[in-house]
Design a protein around this ligand. Structure first.
Ligand code: FRU
Length: 538
């Protein structure tokens, strides 16, 4: 257990007085020599398996698919290759949860067939049995997904992606494919995929958003089988350095107002804000036929070209749950916690890929600026054991406060607000005795939030994993910053100002982190509502 004030040399001239909070954890009790450092050769398959994020038991996973809620159960399907640990012929894997945190893997839901592999898509609960798939009063759940025909692709065709549907009469456990698939044929667009369907109460129709190369196409249907093209959006808006994928269109109340706006999520690969894949969003209006950008949002876009849901490198292809009861009213989101730049190379072997924590979305508008906020669902709190809670501390007082604290950094929540900030740098540092360091924080001189995983452990499995620091630009320097950090074995999710800025990134330390520090050359800032939480699951 260490508790000390450290000095740190930065460059040749500046000596920073650093405030270090270091608190003991289980690892500290074992003499260092007895703690094995994991090398690629002897990697224990469970060493990197997260404690409270979903991973498949074995093999490859990517995008979340078909998420819906019904009768107390949240369903999560996912792009799954059951025969290998890299991307391969896609199936829909399946997991269920009562609380969005603890997931139980279920048998594979959808297998490839003669029309193709099963790519990403969505699922809806067809309460009015518009599809006619319901029998004996049973409400059908209908999955809408993309068929990717490998033979067509190999033959050099461009129309190898079509849309198909399947239905379930046992609340999503087993599925029957529709006999008349595909329900939407390919109009001659090579990338034509990832249907996300919602019920539109303005027109009493189903609306599908579909990614089509460099734009989103909207279709409508009365029965989920016959689809009519309505309109398209986006060819000249937002980021276009890659292919548009996995859209999601849904209405949302603007916080503290009676105004409803429509949110359009669009994932893009590559050309995310820090490289590789990422998710941008658009705010506008939708009348059942056309999506039109809001004027103020268009103005925002003219200043920054693209606006991102998450500025970290590991939150991709995320969409929202369908059929959340009105009494709940939340918009619940989950993303794939990886990046196409290196997803195949990350150093887990038996299984590959993790989902983000389930998040709630909220839409805020301040001074004509929209912000799609995201933060962890409340359900996570029920698993939190509060190890320490301090209302206010000067940076000097922090020294000593965390003495004797025993906390597991592999399931850690840290919450605090920094107040009285100057135009200085504030680093939040995790480290271990293997010399691994994960640094995040605020540079209030350059107005940037950042994550630096360049020295966080295993990074050389891919040149693209940690070539630089990931950054999110703030509009100006700030006096106050609210921080919520979730740390699981290989992931950090940081929610600033209740989700106004979010950064999600993976890391692969040689041993678990053991120390946390807040480092700055400013020794006058105040730390408010400092809370250390450990998540417990029995
Ligand atoms: C996004 C994506 C989707 C596609 C799926 C294939 O990560 O490329 O566009 O449907 O993955 O697995």
């Amino acid at each position: 257990m260490i508790n000390k004030i450290k000095s740190q040399k930065l460059g040749l001239i500046a000596v920073f007085i650093a405030l270090v909070i270091a608190f003991g954890c289980k690892e500290n009790k074992t003499p260092e020599t007895e703690t094995p450092i994991v090398s690629a050769e002897n990697l224990d398959e469970e060493f990197y398996r997260p404690n409270y994020h979903f991973t498949p038991k074995a093999n490859w996973m990517n995008d979340p698919n078909g998420m819906f809620y019904l009768n107390g159960t949240y369903h999560l399907y996912f792009q799954y290759y059951p025969d290998g640990n890299v991307w391969g012929p896609m199936h829909w894997g399946h997991a269920t949860s009562k609380d969005l945190i603890i997931w139980e893997e279920q048998p594979i839901a959808l297998y490839p067939d003669e029309l193709g592999l099963i790519f990403s898509g969505s699922a809806v609960v067809d309460k009015q049995n518009t599809s006619g798939f319901g029998k004996d009063g049973i409400t059908p759940v209908v999955a809408i997904y993309t068929y990717h025909n490998m033979d067509g692709e190999k033959a050099g065709d461009i129309d190898f992606q079509t849309q198909g549907i399947a239905y379930s009469l046992d609340e999503g456990m087993t599925w029957v494919k529709y006999s008349d698939n595909p329900v939407i044929k390919n109009p001659g667009i090579k990338d034509f995929r990832d249907p996300k369907v919602i019920w539109d109460s303005q027109t009493n129709k189903w609306i599908m958003s579909l990614a089509a190369g460099n734009k989103i196409m909207f279709y409508s249907s009365e029965n989920l089988k016959d689809w009519v093209f309505e309109s398209e959006f986006g060819e000249d808006k937002g980021e276009h350095g890659g292919v548009w994928e996995c859209p999601d269109l849904f209405p949302m109340k603007v916080e503290n107002s009676e105004t409803t706006k429509w949110v359009l999520l669009v994932s893009i690969n590559p050309s995310g804000p820090n490289g590789g894949s990422a998710t941008q969003y658009f705010i506008g209006d939708f009348d059942g036929h056309n999506f039109v950008l809001d004027k103020d949002f268009d103005q925002q876009l003219s200043q920054s070209k693209s606006i991102w849901l998450d500025y970290g490198r590991d939150n991709y292809a995320g969409v929202t749950w369908s059929n959340i009861p009105e009494s709940d009213g939340r918009h619940l989101f989950m993303g794939w916690m990886s990046n196409w730049d290196y997803a195949r190379d990350v150093p887990t072997y038996k299984w590959r890929s993790t989902m983000t924590i389930a998040r709630e979305l909220q839409l805020r508008k301040n001074n004509n600026t929209f912000n799609l906020m995201s933060f962890p669902v409340d359900e996570l709190n029920q698993f939190a054991d509060i190890k320490l809670s301090k209302i206010s501390l000067s940076s000097n007082e922090l020294n000593g406060v965390l003495k004797d604290l025993d906390v597991d950094f592999e399931k850690l929540g840290l919450d605090f607000t920094l107040n009285g900030l100057k135009n200085d740098a504030y680093k939040f540092v995790f480290n271990n005795k293997a010399g691994d360091t994960l640094t995040l924080g605020l540079d209030n001189e350059t107005n940037e939030l950042y994550i630096d995983r360049r020295h966080s452990g295993k990074v050389d499995f891919s040149e693209k994993f940690a070539p630089h620091i990931s950054k999110a630009k703030l509009p100006n320097s700030i006096k106050e910053l609210k921080v919520q950090i979730l740390l699981d074995k290989t992931s950090v999710e940081v929610f600033y100002n209740d989700g106004e800025f979010v950064m999600t990134e993976l890391f692969f330390p040689n041993k678990p982190f053991e120390e946390f520090s807040i480092i700055s050359n400013d020794d006058a800032f105040i730390i408010e509502n400092f809370k250390v939480r450990e998540f417990k699951f029995n």
